[in-house]
Design a binder for this molecule. Structure first.
Ligand SMILES: CC(C)(COP(=O)(O)OP(=O)(O)OC[C@H]1O[C@@H](n2cnc3c(N)ncnc32)[C@H](O)[C@@H]1OP(=O)(O)O)[C@@H](O)C(=O)NCCC(=O)NCCS
Length: 172
């Protein structure tokens, strides 16, 4: 897990986040999984998603077994504030990085955008040709999530009318 943790590129996230969150901000990559990190994950998730969209311990741990896993936490003065979970998409022959989850506690302050823009640079450097994700048309309070991703350059590649799931892709 997190073989990419030592890449100097990640320092750029902190540089962008310090003016927004303060000097206590830290980017943290666990080397091995533990109960502590699971509790961080659950805390951020609980703040960001409705219960139906949250993962069980098994669902998280299953994802952490995947190829090229990136499991990043944003901490502020040691308090978990955000997370990113992604990995190489197995089903494809192309080198696609799958962005499984991004969540921040303080929404709308530019934190999500700052994290993802650096992550895209990293993914490109790692040789990935694109980033893919699945999202909902809108969340339960009518917020259009795909607008957030479209602003970052993602395009819709598939819409499932039945489930409301939207698959989006960003070419790197
Ligand atoms: C989705 C999420 C990660 C976005 O991060 P954020 O820090 O709130 O977003 P930012 O403040 O960086 O916003 C970046 C841009 O997107 C826009 N934006 C953010 N959320 C948006 C939304 N839901 N709908 C439309 N636009 C949105 C912002 O206005 C901003 O635009 P600008 O660059 O023109 O100013 C965050 O809101 C979150 O954690 N949500 C709950 C969990 C979730 O739904 N995750 C995504 C599915 S895995």
């Amino acid at each position: 897990m997190n073989r990419a943790r030592n890449d100097p590129i990640w320092k750029r996230i902190r540089t962008v986040l310090v003016p927004i969150m303060g000097e206590g901000v830290e980017i943290f990559f666990p080397e091995t999984w533990s109960e502590r990190y699971l509790s961080w994950y659950k805390e951020i998730e609980m703040n960001a998603f409705r219960p139906a969209l949250t993962y069980s311990r098994e669902e998280i741990e299953e994802r952490l077994e995947k190829e090229s896993v990136l499991m990043m936490f944003i901490l502020n003065a040691g308090v978990p504030e955000g997370l990113v979970l992604g990995y190489r998409l197995e089903a494809s022959t192309d080198d696609i990085f799958y962005l499984d989850t991004i969540a921040v506690k303080q929404k709308g302050r530019g934190i999500g955008k700052a994290i993802l823009n650096v992550m895209f640079e990293w993914a490109k450097k790692m040789g990935f040709s694109s980033v893919q994700l699945d999202t909902e048309q809108e969340n339960e309070i009518g917020i259009l999530l795909c607008n957030f991703y479209q602003k970052l350059g993602f395009k819709i590649i598939y819409t499932d009318e039945e489930t409301g799931n939207i698959t989006m892709e960003l070419t790197l």
